[in-house]
Design a protein around this ligand. Structure first.
Ligand SMILES: CCCC/C=C/CC(=O)SCCNC(=O)CCNC(=O)[C@H](O)C(C)(C)COP(=O)(O)OP(=O)(O)OC[C@H]1O[C@@H](n2cnc3c(N)ncnc32)[C@H](O)[C@@H]1OP(=O)(O)O
Length: 358
């Protein structure tokens, strides 16, 4: 069925009403499809190398080649519709269900026996600041005690999470970088401990790309659902760091040593399909139907008997618990040293410099 001009105009208007910034990659795609739909194939001169923004836009439009205007219009309408539906089915609602207040960096809702923790720094791709580490731990503690049957962790906006907020390394306390590394290691150890010890089924709803610690702790979740738009990246060597979240032990167990090595040593970024084929992800869904399909599964799981689920989880996990705590301690001790290394400091400085356009 052809998309009418009216549908196209409606999609244009809906786009303006989005509350969450969909991120540069999606915005470039929308720009390119819009230009192709309204003007046909790219026909303007290529901007100069230093005109970064216009060059990125030109590249995106040009990459559509001779895609017919009708198809571009269709893809534009589909993309806007998926953004609208993922926004309306995520936390960004006028009246969220039973939203627990008091958090700055996350939102927490309990509905239908499901406690949902939403990472909520979409402009920063849900990078985990010190405050966010603390709030996630607090929310997990509350979820462990509340009446819900299952607990879900997801992200707002186009990313699931971009990992540790690298600005955490920029705020050096009066005690110097040694103290910062000590505090970081304590925080990390406690954070990962909350996942190891979590007593109820814990489900990750990976709504977009995932980086660093948000990927490594996935091995401690009971189920991981992912949109086909997500990627899984642990760029530790690029950052002069080493693995955490018990991934040095859990990843080889899940996917075998060779695949774990590609990810944890050589920074290999997995697609959602690859992550599923190595066993890190339970199931992948098309982005367009992701929220709907996942919601149906979560609702069904949350109607199962609470105690039976919790007891079964303990049976599956308890044998490994002691080992996991030991691995967590070792990984944190190792990272504490890494954070003081030139390799790590140079990598973090280079990210922060690029960010501040120095
Ligand atoms: C104390 C416990 C420590 C535990 C240790 C854990 C290890 C890890 O988690 S390692 C992984 C660390 N994360 C990264 O290396 C990712 C860094 N970010 C990026 O590479 C990119 O931002 C991106 C690929 C995630 C997204 O790129 P994209 O071009 O789509 O968007 P941007 O314009 O770059 O991002 C928007 C905005 O957000 C800032 N930002 C994103 N992620 C982070 C982050 N992890 N730390 C700090 N800031 C981040 C980004 O700089 C942009 O900010 P501005 O708008 O101000 O420029």
């Amino acid at each position: 069925m052809q998309v009418s001009q009216q549908d196209f105009e409606k999609a244009k208007d809906q786009l303006k009403l989005l509350k969450v910034d969909p991120g540069n990659e999606v915005k470039l795609k929308l720009y390119a499809l819009f230009k192709q739909a309204t003007q046909g194939p790219c026909n303007t001169p290529k901007p100069g190398m230093l005109d970064f923004v216009n060059k990125a836009k030109w590249d995106a439009w040009n990459s559509l080649g001779s895609l017919p205007q009708e198809s571009a219009r269709q893809q534009y309408v589909d993309l806007v519709s998926s953004l609208v539906s993922s926004e309306s089915s995520s936390h960004v609602k006028e009246n969220p269900p039973d939203s627990k207040s008091g958090y700055e960096t996350i939102e927490v809702f309990t509905e239908d026996n499901i406690t949902k923790i939403v990472l909520n720094r979409p402009k920063m791709k849900n990078a985990i600041s010190v405050k966010m580490y603390e709030e996630i731990m607090e929310a997990l503690e509350e979820a462990a005690k509340d009446d819900s049957v299952i607990t879900v962790l997801t992200g707002s906006g186009d990313y699931y999470c971009s990992g540790n907020d690298l600005n955490n390394f920029a705020n050096v306390s009066a005690g110097g970088i040694k103290e910062m590394a000590d505090n970081g290691a304590k925080l990390l150890k406690n954070f990962v401990k909350h996942f190891i010890d979590f007593p109820k089924p814990l489900i990750a709803v990976v709504n977009g790309p995932a980086v660093g610690i948000s990927v490594t702790v996935l091995g401690l979740f009971d189920v991981v659902y992912s949109t086909d738009r997500a990627t899984f990246h642990t760029p530790f060597s690029n950052l002069g760091q080493s693995p955490e979240g018990c991934s040095s032990y859990v990843f080889p167990k899940i996917m075998g040593l060779a695949k774990a090595t590609e990810m944890l040593l050589f920074n290999k970024k997995l697609t959602a399909a690859e992550a599923c084929s190595v066993g890190l992800v339970t199931e992948v869904f098309p982005d367009k139907t992701f929220q709907k399909e996942v919601r149906a599964r979560l609702k069904a799981y949350a109607s199962l008997p609470r105690n039976s689920l919790a007891i079964s989880k303990q049976l599956l996990r308890s044998i490994e618990k002691e080992k996991l705590h030991e691995v967590n301690s070792q990984e944190c001790a190792c990272l504490k040293e890494r954070w003081l290394s030139d390799e790590c400091m140079n990598a973090v400085m280079s990210f922060l410099k690029k960010k501040s356009k120095l």
